[in-house]
Structure formats: structure tokens, C-alpha cells
Write a protein that binds this ligand. Structure first.
Ligand code: PLP
Length: 431
């Protein structure tokens, strides 16, 4: 495959855009370096790069594109919004329609507010939880990503009862001192942290199904335990459903798993491919938010008609019968095919799959259940596999910690082709 134009554009981008990319996860740093592929257009399950190469897309723009690229129903909704003037800076009926749609799918969202990104959504749930509880500390889980606001870019200290350390330059230690990070799927760690800090803790923040060190489900009883322990100390439970909402079924992971938080942050899929975030929760908590309450949050672009229209159109398509079953079936087919071909060439791998989303980990055969497990997997082998798959016209996310997302646009033929491509890639890896 020829990547000549991508290489050229990358060199040019480096002169103007820091690191050549507008989000670090788009660089190929985690897969051995080189020029990232510059895409030019997409349709359905495919996109094409600036050299004319076609790829089957499992990146799905890191999650939002559950219907693939350029779905006509979503494109029309965006077109209508553009024709109608794009932005008013006033309330619109569309926002009510969408809020109703979200609340009927995720009933714990008694009151909701739209923002522009998952980062904003999570950041604001924390502010509101702090306003409600009048406490400052936050407990989160190692390896979960919650956007790039200061409070959540804090890494674990040396144990559950130690305060965090900044995970990025520019974050003061005083902020990291407000954050405690414990291992996912470890109620003992959470209990220990709460024993030390529970009465100062505003909220425990968790991805109910992890999407950020690969797809990692909660073990039976884990989320129930999180609720029980957290509420015992008068703190709130916040679910970050930026990846999970509408990914596995029509609603949140909370509805799928039947465990409910006090507040929820949303993003990605609910924007149908346009920028969006939303947060919501129990009415008495949400009443902390301005103009009703003392917790301030605002946004010029918040609830903009194009994003809301795209989101409504995206959810309408997800209401069609059988869409989630189909993604589950294709996910299973992909999992079985990948495992069989990896085995044929003797590669130790494991797949964590939840319906149409999966992660293939190298150098490990037991399921990944926390961040330590994910870290211990073989990133170099993944990096080689990633590049071999790219050469085969299969686009994965360039990191061993990301998921492959099946969309409603993928077909059985796409999955079969992907498995054949993986077979060739695994054969080369074994050489
Ligand atoms: N929360 C989770 C679980 C995410 O995966 C992400 C992004 O990947 C975010 C929050 C941040 O969302 P955004 O990139 O829209 O700011």
C-alpha cells in the first residue's frame, strides 16, 4: 500500500499543528511511530485516505460513528439544521425533543444539560457533585479516561489510600491532592480509599464498562458494591458513559446492567458524529446548576441545533429492531475468527468483547480485568499487528488500549475479509 500523500501531509502538518495532530491519540506514537494516515472521505463502514486507499473502519472515530460514515438520515438532519440557520443562542424545541428521548432511554437522567464534549460533561458532573455534597475529593479508577480536565488527569499514587500525582504537566499538585485512584474491579481498594477519605469525598467516578484500557466489564457485584460503599459515606456515584451510552443497547450501560448512578456523563454516540456532551442525574442534584443553583456551567455552542439534530437522527436509527443484535452477532463472528487465526499461528492473545465492541490483547490469554492486566499486554506486537492490518486495508485505533467498534454499517463480508486480513497479519507476525 502506498502512503506517500499521508507522509507528505504529515510533514506539512508538523509545521503548523503541534505534533501534526489535533488529538495525541491520532499520532502513531503508541504503535512504533511514523506518519498517521490522513483520511479524506468515508461512506458506511469504509473510509478512504489521501492516497486513495480504502479501509474497513473499526476506529469509528473512537466511538461516535455507530452508523459508520455519512449515513443519509444523519446527513440530512445536519443539512436541515444548516439551512435553518445553525445557531441562535436561544433555547430550541429540538433540545426538548432530545432531552425527552435521552430521559426515556436512560431514566436516571431526571434533568439534563447539553454541553460540547465528553470532557466538559465529566468535568461538570464533578463540579456539581462538589456543589451538592460541599466536599472536594474525587475517587476514580486506574486506567479509566475521563477527558482532559485537570481533575481527571491525575494518576494513582502508590496505593488506594494515597493521593494522586499529576498525569500531565500543568496540573498543580494541589489539584492532584483532591483525587484518589483505585484499581477497577477492586472493591477492597475502594473500601480502603473511602475509609481514609470517604467523609471528604464528593463523588466516585467510574466507567461502568471500561472502554479506555480496552473493553473491560465490571465483575458481578462490582458496580453494586461501588454504589453501596459510596453512598455509605454520603458521596455520589457518577457514571462516565461517554463511550458506553447507546453502544451496547438502546440506553446506558446502567440500564443494561441494572445499576444506577446519581449522575451520568454522556458524549460520542449521542452526537451522531458532531461535537456533543451531556450530563444529568437526580433532580435535586441537578438543581445545583445555574440558573437554578450556585454551580456555574455555560456554553455558547451548547445544545446547538446541528449536534442535537444529528444526535436525534442517530438515536432514531438505533431504535430500529435488531440493530444491536446484529452488531453483537458480527462482534462474535469477529472474535471467533480472530481467536482461531491467532491460534493457528501460535500467538497468545485474548479478546475482551462486549457485544459489538472488542479489544484484542497480545501476550496474554486470560481476560483483562483491570489496568495492570492491560498494561502487562504486549504493545510492540500490537503495534506490528496494527501496521500489518493497515496495509491490509483495516483501520484499527493506534493503541493497544483501544477498542474495535462494529457499526450498523458493517456486513458479514466485511468481517470475513477482516478475519482473512488478520490471518495474513498473524502469519507475518509469526515469521
Ligand atoms: N470519557 C470517556 C469514557 C472517554 O472515552 C472520553 C474520550 O475518549 C471522554 C470522557 C472525553 O470525551 P471528549 O473527547 O469528547 O472530550
Amino acid at each position: 500500500m502506498n502512503f506517500q500523500n499521508s507522509v507528505h501531509y504529515y510533514q506539512e502538518a508538523l509545521q503548523y499543528i503541534v505534533g501534526g495532530v489535533n488529538s495525541p491519540s491520532r499520532s502513531f506514537k503508541a504503535v512504533g511511530g511514523g506518519a498517521p494516515v490522513f483520511m479524506e472521505r468515508g461512506k458506511g463502514a469504509y473510509f478512504w485516505d489521501v492516497d486513495g486507499n480504502r479501509y474497513i473502519d473499526y476506529l469509528a472515530a473512537y466511538g461516535p460513528l455507530i452508523h459508520g460514515h455519512g449515513h443519509p438520515h444523519i446527513a440530512k438532519a445536519i443539512g436541515r439544521a444548516a439551512e435553518n440557520g445553525l445557531l441562535y443562542g436561544t433555547p430550541t424545541k429540538l433540545e426538548i425533543d432530545f432531552a425527552k428521548m435521552l430521559r426515556s432511554a436512560i431514566p436516571s437522567l431526571e434533568k439534563i444539560r447539553f454541553v460540547n464534549s465528553g470532557t466538559e460533561a465529566v468535568m461538570t458532573t464533578i463540579r456539581v457533585a462538589r456543589a451538592f455534597t460541599k466536599r472536594n475529593k474525587i475517587i476514580k479508577f486506574a486506567g479509566c479516561y475521563h477527558g482532559h480536565s485537570d481533575l481527571v488527569l491525575v494518576a494513582a499514587g502508590s496505593g488506594p489510600s494515597t493521593l494522586g500525582i499529576p498525569d500531565s504537566a500543568g496540573i498543580p499538585q494541589s489539584i492532584a491532592n483532591e483525587v484518589i485512584t483505585v484499581p477497577f474491579n477492586d472493591l477492597g481498594g475502594l473500601a480502603e480509599a473511602l475509609q481514609h477519605w470517604g467523609h471528604e469525598t464528593a463523588a466516585v467516578l467510574v466507567e461502568p464498562i471500561v472502554g479506555n484500557f480496552g473493553m473491560v466489564p465490571p465483575e458481578p457485584g462490582f458496580l453494586q458494591g461501588v454504589n453501596e460503599l459510596t453512598h455509605r459515606y454520603g458521596a455520589l456515584v457518577i457514571y462516565d458513559e461517554v463511550i458506553t451510552a447507546f453502544r451496547f443497547h438502546y440506553g446506558g450501560a446502567q440500564d443494561l446492567l441494572n445499576v444506577y448512578p446519581d449522575m451520568t456523563a454522556l458524549g460520542k454516540i449521542i452526537g451522531g458524529g458532531l461535537p456533543i456532551g451531556a450530563y444529568g442525574g437526580r433532580q435535586e442534584i441537578m438543581e445545583q446548576v445555574a440558573p437554578l443553583g450556585p454551580a456555574y456551567q455555560a456554553g455558547t455552542m451548547a445544545g446547538n441545533p446541528a449536534s442535537i439534530s444529528a444526535g436525534i437522527a442517530c438515536l432514531e436509527l438505533l431504535q430500529e429492531a435488531g440493530v444491536y443484535d446484529r452488531m453483537d452477532q458480527l462482534g462474535r463472528m469477529l472474535e471467533e475468527g480472530l481467536l482461531a487465526t491467532a491460534k493457528r499461528y501460535g500467538h497468545p492473545v485474548v479478546i475482551n468483547r462486549i457485544k459489538g465492541a472488542l479489544t484484542l490483547y497480545f501476550g496474554r490469554t486470560e481476560p483483562v480485568r483491570n489496568y495492570d492486566d492491560a498494561q502487562s499486554t504486549d504493545g510492540e506486537q500490537f503495534g506490528r499487528f496494527f501496521k500489518l492490518m493497515l496495509e491490509e486495508g483495516i483501520c484499527l485505533a493506534p493503541s493497544k488500549y483501544e477498542a474495535w467498534f462494529v457499526s450498523t454499517a458493517h456486513t458479514e463480508e466485511d468481517i470475513q475479509y477482516t478475519i482473512q486480513a488478520a490471518d495474513r497479519a498473524f502469519a507475518k507476525l509469526a515469521d
